[in-house]
Ligand binder design. Structure first.
Ligand SMILES: C[S@@+](CC[C@H](N)C(=O)[O-])C[C@H]1O[C@@H](n2cnc3c(N)ncnc32)[C@H](O)[C@@H]1O
Length: 227
C-alpha cells in the first residue's frame, strides 16, 4: 500500500458504498447466523481490549454495531458516512463525521482505540497508525481487525493470489508501520472462517489457513518513536 493518503475520489467512492449500505447494515449483519457467530468471536477480542478503559474510540464506527456493546464512561466514534452515523447516534451519543487519517481529537485522548470489521482495509496504514498513536495515551491499546488477502484452501492452489490490494498478505504489513509510531504488539489472533459452528476457528499464523487477523498494540514510548 502506498504511503500516500487515499485520493479524495476513492474516499468518496468508499463513502457512497456505506451511505447506500447504512439503512440495511444492521439487519444484514444480524440475518445470517454464521456472520453473527463469527463476529461474536472476533468482536470479543475488541471488547477485551477495551476492558477497563475509561475512554474508547472506534475508527470507522459505522452503525455502532460494536461500540454500542462496549462499556466505558466515554465512548466516541468517527466515520466518513453520514447515514451510518445517523444510525450510530441511536446507540452512542458521541459520534462524529471525520476521517481516520486526520482525527479531530487532542493528543493522548483515549485509553483504547478499536478498529473492528476491517476498517483498515480502507486506510493508508502510515497515516492511520500515526493518528491512532497520537490520540492514544501512553499505555493505551489499539485493537485492529483485518481480512486476509488469501487463505490456503484447495481452491486457492489453483487461483492467483493477487487480490484487490485492500487486505493483508502478511501481518508485518501492519506491524511495521505500527512500530514506527511506538505501538508494540501485545497479542495476535488468527482465525479461519468455517461454514459451520463455531464459524471461526483460531489457527496458528504460520500455516496460511487464516482468513481474519486481529492485532492488539500498546502505545509505549521508545527511543525510536516518531512524533
Ligand atoms: C465494514 S464497516 C465497519 C463498521 C463497524 N466498525 C462495524 O464493526 O460494524 C467500515 C466503516 O468504515 C468507514 N470508513 C471507511 N473509510 C473511513 C475513513 N477513512 N475514516 C473513517 N471511517 C471510514 C465506512 O464508512 C464504514 O462505516
Amino acid at each position: 500500500m502506498s504511503s500516500e493518503e487515499r485520493p479524495v475520489s476513492e474516499r468518496s467512492a468508499i463513502e457512497s458504498v456505506y451511505d447506500i449500505a447504512a439503512p440495511g447494515f444492521d439487519d444484514r449483519f444480524a440475518a445470517a447466523r454464521e456472520t453473527v457467530s463469527r463476529f461474536h468471536i472476533i468482536d470479543d477480542v475488541q471488547r477485551r481490549a477495551a476492558q477497563g478503559a475509561r475512554s474508547v474510540l472506534e475508527l470507522g464506527v459505522g452503525t455502532a454495531r460494536l461500540l454500542g456493546t462496549i462499556e466505558a464512561p466515554l465512548r466516541a466514534g468517527i466515520d466518513i458516512s453520514l447515514p451510518m452515523l445517523i444510525k450510530a447516534r441511536q446507540k452512542v451519543r458521541n459520534v462524529v463525521r471525520g476521517d481516520a487519517h486526520n482525527l479531530p481529537f487532542a493528543d493522548g485522548s483515549f485509553d483504547a482505540i478499536l478498529a473492528g470489521n476491517a476498517v483498515f482495509r480502507y486506510l493508508d496504514y502510515d497515516h492511520a497508525f500515526r493518528e491512532a498513536a497520537r490520540v492514544l495515551r501512553v499505555g493505551g491499546r489499539l485493537c485492529l481487525h483485518q481480512y486476509a488477502q488469501w487463505t490456503l484452501s484447495p481452491r486457492s492452489l489453483f487461483r492467483s493470489r493477487t487480490g484487490d490490494g485492500r487486505h493483508v498478505s502478511e501481518p508485518d504489513e501492519l506491524r511495521r508501520p505500527a512500530r514506527r509510531y511506538g505501538l508494540t504488539e501485545i497479542d495476535a489472533y488468527f482465525w479461519r472462517n468455517l461454514p459451520f459452528a463455531p464459524y471461526a476457528l483460531r489457527v496458528p499464523s504460520l500455516l496460511r489457513l487464516w482468513s481474519h487477523l486481529t492485532l492488539v498494540f500498546e502505545k509505549r514510548l521508545t527511543e525510536t518513536t516518531v512524533t
